[in-house]
Design a protein around this ligand. Structure first.
Ligand SMILES: [Zn+2]
Length: 196
């Protein structure tokens, strides 16, 4: 299955509608295809993939669907038969940048009122790249103004860098969605002990 096709099937709204029986989608190595957003397919898509032999069923819901010729429990966890290789580097987007920085100001650690800071200011030739943009709260951003961290006497928690997809996925594990079906938990490693 093409990666683009897989991505189109992500549907973050599903998390808010557990009645829709979404299926958690694992890669062929039985790790979630994506943590953030969590890879979920509508049950219709999951069942279609089962009949196309593209996935194996790992866990079920109690709910069944019926057709004139068969009955089947709705899959709650499925695994792709063919491994989908993630892109090495994720897109440079606002969301991914916040995710890289764990939704915290890189100067003071505040999770509130977040915006973006050009570490080397644009007025001094700083560019809008992974390597020069950090998450900052509005007060820190204002205080720093058109200065470099050194000029402003402000230290960054971490130097801005281009993350790998794996790093962003890892970061995404720390922000689980509000709803998790019981059968998904074994496949999601959000437990603190596993983060160390
Ligand atoms: Zn701050």
């Amino acid at each position: 299955m093409e990666r683009a096709c897989v991505e189109l099937m992500y549907h973050p709204d599903l998390i808010r509608h557990p009645d829709n029986c979404p299926a958690l989608v694992l890669n062929a190595d039985y790790t979630p295809l994506s943590y953030y957003p969590l890879s979920l397919w509508p049950w219709q898509t999951a069942i279609k993939a089962v009949f196309l032999d593209r996935v194996d069923i790992v866990e079920h819901y109690d709910r069944e669907i019926h057709s004139p010729t068969c009955r089947m429990r709705i899959p709650s966890v499925i695994a792709l038969r063919q491994y989908v290789k993630p892109h090495e580097h994720p897109a440079f987007t606002r969301f991914n940048l916040f995710l890289r920085d764990h939704f915290e100001c890189q100067y003071c650690g505040s999770p509130r009122d977040l915006t973006f800071d050009h570490v080397v200011p644009r007025s001094q030739g700083g560019r809008t790249t992974w390597e020069n943009v950090s998450t900052a709260c509005a007060p820190c951003n204002l205080r720093k103004g058109g200065r470099t961290p050194k000029q402003a006497g402000m230290a960054l928690t971490q130097a801005p860098h281009k993350p790998t997809s794996w790093q962003l996925q890892d970061s995404g594990r720390k922000f689980p969605p509000n709803y998790l079906h019981d059968s998904w938990r074994d496949w999601l490693y959000w437990d603190a002990e596993l983060e160390s």
